[in-house]
Design a protein around this ligand. Sequence first.
Ligand code: NDP
Ligand SMILES: O=C(O)C1=N[C@H](C(=O)O)C[C@H](O)C1
Length: 269
Amino acid sequence: MTDSVDPTAADLRIAVTGAGGRMGREVIEAAADREGVAVAVAVNRTETDPVAGVAVEDADRLDELLASVAPDVLVDFTGPDSAVAYAGACADAGVPLVTGTTGFADAQIDALRAASDAVPVLKASNFARGVAALRRAVREAAAALPGYDVELTETHHNAKRDAPSGTAKSILDDVAGVRHDLDERVHGREGDAPRRSGEIGVHARRAGDVTGEHEVLLAGNRETLELTHRAGDRGVFAEGALDAAAWLADRDPGWYGFGDVLDAGGTDE
Ligand SMILES: NC(=O)C1=CN([C@@H]2O[C@H](COP(=O)(O)OP(=O)(O)OC[C@H]3O[C@@H](n4cnc5c(N)ncnc54)[C@H](OP(=O)(O)O)[C@@H]3O)[C@@H](O)[C@H]2O)C=CC1
Ligand SMILES: O=C(O)C1=N[C@H](C(=O)O)C[C@H](O)C1
């Protein structure tokens, strides 16, 4: 429980998983700074000291904690296996789920979707509003420049597990939606590897403490267009996740994306 906010009095009471992780901590800190939001319960897999005054419980107790605390929404930034397990716990407890976790296999997405039959589930690969705008711009540019080569480069900190990033995969899906001729994703190139038509190149860089950068290059023979987003810090993701949590709390069961929150005319998973 936070030192300064009474979670029973807050408008939005959230649960946080992965509370000891980079994003879990950021979400707890953003909640502490936001009026009307309280962290009702926070869990982590390994023992973790309190974060911003919030006690962090053992993630193995999540089922009993959801039943006793009854948060309005659970906000999850963990790993694919745990996010699926936590989605099951949310479905059983009737708690809406916001997950920003990335790196899911198709079967894990199916499991998340199954949970959305019981509770609202909002999945987004990126909660930065600038990325939502980037994705709209990429869709428009890719549609307006038929025949142009497209290459995507993402850069993240050296502790990121999944590659390419979830955001990169979302952008690739966006491009595929308007450029049906680009049907072969090529992850890096080496040796005798001339570019074939139909390729979309994907490049994942891991270095230092880079928060997250995504660049889409569209090139014809006499011009290039580069569209780039850089996250300055993780607060931008945490703020977006809290906006999503507030939006999701009273929704019907179903499958939602950050585009629904922004009313951007698409789910924007
Ligand atoms: N959608 C978005 O806007 C963003 C999404 N992300 C995504 O969020 C996720 C987390 O990122 P980040 O915070 O940097 O990662 P960290 O490694 O810093 O934190 C992950 C947290 O999840 C826990 N965790 C990991 N695997 C499991 C598991 N199998 N079971 C239970 N708990 C687990 C860890 O607990 P423990 O320490 O005990 O292992 C840790 O607390 C990633 O998928 C990342 O891509 C990140 C930033 C923005
Ligand atoms: O792991 C990260 O850090 C990030 N992951 C997300 C992703 O995989 O797209 C979003 C953001 O780029 C930071």
